[in-house]
Design a protein around this ligand. Structure first.
Ligand SMILES: [Ca+2]
Ligand SMILES: [Ca+2]
Length: 152
């Protein structure tokens, strides 16, 4: 009778070990989740960096930045703040995309007349995801060409 218990305990141990060493799918999810958190953090830092310190509404705009990011990622403001705390505590470094950075994509921020040429508008349009993410509404007819009204 004792042998049966050894088997039962043995099998349970095997399952526990499997559960400990095979959560690769979960780990992958965690990694995706962490990358998303980092993206949210970078977006927020970027947005806050764009607020001029001399701006008389500096504090208000800093506060509003949390709401903008929360709305964009469809999460709560508290979640954004929690991510920021995590980012600061773990000192996440900003990605080095300063060279490739073209324009902001987190909200409808530009109109065609904000660009000095169609090519410039096109560049920003494609940088933000093209037809699939025309966040600035630069390509109203969805033909993949932004701001064709800018004939220059
Ligand atoms: Ca626009
Ligand atoms: Ca178009």
């Amino acid at each position: 009778m004792k042998k049966v218990w050894y088997w039962v305990i043995g099998i349970i141990l095997v399952f526990i070990l499997l559960a400990l060493f095979l959560p690769s799918g979960e780990q992958e999810n965690e990694e995706i989740f962490l990358n998303l958190q980092k993206e949210i953090y970078y977006r927020l830092v970027e947005l806050q960096d764009s607020i001029e310190f001399e701006d008389e509404k500096y504090a208000e705009k800093m506060e509003a930045s949390y709401i903008v990011i929360a709305e964009y990622y469809k999460i709560s403001e508290e979640e954004v703040r929690a991510i920021v705390i995590k980012g600061v505590q773990e000192s996440w470094e900003m990605p080095e995309y300063s060279e490739s950075y073209i324009c902001d994509c987190y909200d409808n921020l530009y109109n065609c007349d904000d660009f000095s040429s169609q090519a410039e508008a096109q560049e920003c349009f494609e940088y933000c995801g093209g037809v699939n993410n025309d966040i600035h509404w630069l390509d109203g007819d969805d033909d993949g060409i932004a701001c064709e009204s800018l004939g220059y």
